[in-house]
Design a protein around this ligand. Structure first.
Ligand code: FAD
Length: 423
């Protein structure tokens, strides 16, 4: 990742999808820029000053260079080394997915001297790069922008010698014999192999289409709800949207920490999607108020901060309520299209099973070939690990993803020793 440049000037059209892609790239790379809407007086003035009236948009003005018809690809190619082709055929360690989990693993593995490659279909940063402010990450009492955090992590990984590929994902895998390297097919058809592979491909949350929601994500409105949030919401009013087990668990965590919880459930009962023991506890808890056949319809703000919500039942009756936090536990889908399900076992929702989660009825799966048990975070394919949001049972938080990624970096050596590779 090249260091942040002085503020760029960009002329483009807000509503054009390609221009949006460029803006998104700059935002998620934590690169400062000023946007001049095409046709506005200041955009015309800038283009005139540069002698670029009539130039193909978007125009991007950097210190040394001006780009016409700028694209993410042309900017990346001009700014950096080649981020789209792998330099080697074989690596000690390949990480699939450059979100917080993958970048953390790369920092530690590369700093331990392993030939490390990290590749991502998109830009580095994962979901965290969309978070305006991450307030619950260790060491940043005032919070840190998600794009800033992941940009620094990517630079740190590179400083230690990790190779980064972006806009270059993994589309398939070759799981040869368990004592042979794993083959990975990149989306341009090229292949690399690795002694150890880590899948940190994350997930996509099901999005709620609500006005103003994007500005509040991470700042009053959250996808998922970890135990740490529950502890911080003691005595507050919170809304939890969802009806699965993760929503049920979240509701109880909040209420047990003395938060007053309003649970919004689209369906007509909880029993379709939630375990009976959770339902029983929810029904008995005095601080939990369940609204069935009800959806969240509006978010209210005061001075830009979340202040309340409106929810609407199936008869159209609307109710306003003041709240301190909204937690969306409406599920999502993990990115596991690239891996062979025959070798990498997942739960029924597609999240990758690792370590002791592979044991069913006291037995390891038939595809497990070794005497030893899988290492923690190791999948049913020996030497292929999974960490972060894509892993079954993960916490879906930046710190948890970073912790798991860092942990895998130390487990690599056990696997390399097994393969007879010494460091
Ligand atoms: C808007 C928003 C705000 C958030 N705010 C907070 C917060 O304040 N605090 C907090 O703790 N958590 C927050 N989270 C959650 C947090 O960002 C995630 O838990 C965390 O990013 C998970 O990290 P990960 O590395 O496991 O996966 P991800 O961040 O999902 O990264 C996965 C990466 O893998 C890539 N990928 C997918 N498929 C492939 C493939 N086939 N080949 C190559 N690459 C692939 C993706 O492009 C992506 O870059 C937020 C999430 C969102 C969406």
């Amino acid at each position: 990742m090249s260091p942040v440049r002085p503020t760029l000037q960009v002329v483009g059209r807000r509503m054009d999808a390609e221009h949006y892609r460029l803006r998104d790239f700059l935002t998620r790379s934590a690169q400062p820029y000023e946007w001049h809407e095409a046709g506005s007086a200041d955009a015309d003035q800038l283009l005139e000053k540069l002698g670029l009236q009539g130039a193909a948009l978007p125009v991007l003005v950097d210190v040394e260079q001006t780009f016409q018809g700028a694209t993410v690809e042309s900017i990346i190619a001009a700014w950096g080394p080649d981020y789209r082709s792998a330099k080697r055929k074989h690596y000690d360690f390949v990480v699939i997915g450059a979100g917080p989990a993958g970048l953390a693993a790369a920092v530690y593995a590369a700093s331990d001297g392993l030939a490390t490659l990290v590749c991502d279909t998109d830009l580095p940063g994962g979901q965290a790069s969309y978070a305006t402010l991450i307030e619950n990450f260790f060491g940043f009492p005032e919070g840190i922008g998600g794009a800033e955090l992941t940009r620094l992590a990517a630079r740190q990984a590179e400083r230690f010698g990790a190779e980064l590929l972006f806009l270059r994902g993994v589309r398939g895998s070759r799981m040869n014999g368990h004592d042979e390297p794993v083959g990975l097919i990149l989306d341009d058809g090229s292949e690399v192999s690795a002694s150890v592979v880590l899948a940190t491909t994350g997930m996509d949350w099901t999005r709620l289409e609500l006005k103003g929601i994007d500005d509040l994500i991470g700042d009053g409105v959250y996808y998922g709800a970890g135990r740490s949030e529950a502890a911080q919401c003691s005595g507050q009013d919170v809304v939890v949207v969802g009806a699965g087990n993760s929503a049920g668990q979240a509701v109880l965590n909040f209420a047990n920490q003395t938060a007053r919880v309003t649970m919004l459930v689209r369906g007509e009962s909880l029993s379709k999607s939630m375990s009976a023991y959770l339902i029983e506890r929810i029904e008995k808890h005095p601080l939990i108020d369940v609204h069935l056949e009800t959806v969240l319809t509006e978010l209210h703000t005061n001075d830009g901060a979340l202040s309340g919500v409106t929810f609407t039942d199936s008869a159209g009756k609307m109710q306003d309520q003041a709240v301190d936090g909204v937690f969306l536990c409406i599920g999502g889908s993990p990115h596991t299209e690239w891996c062979s399900r025959e070798h990498v076992l997942t739960d029924e929702r597609g999240y990758i099973l690792t370590g002791q989660d592979l044991v069913a009825d006291g037995k390891l799966p038939d595809c497990w070939p070794l005497e030893r048990d899988p290492l923690p975070l190791e999948t049913s394919r020996v030497g292929l690990f999974a960490a972060g949001d894509v892993r079954h049972g993960s916490t879906k938080r930046v710190a948890a993803a970073v912790g798991e990624g860092s942990m895998v970096a130390s487990l690599i050596f056990s696997r390399l020793a097994e393969l007879g590779v010494s460091y």
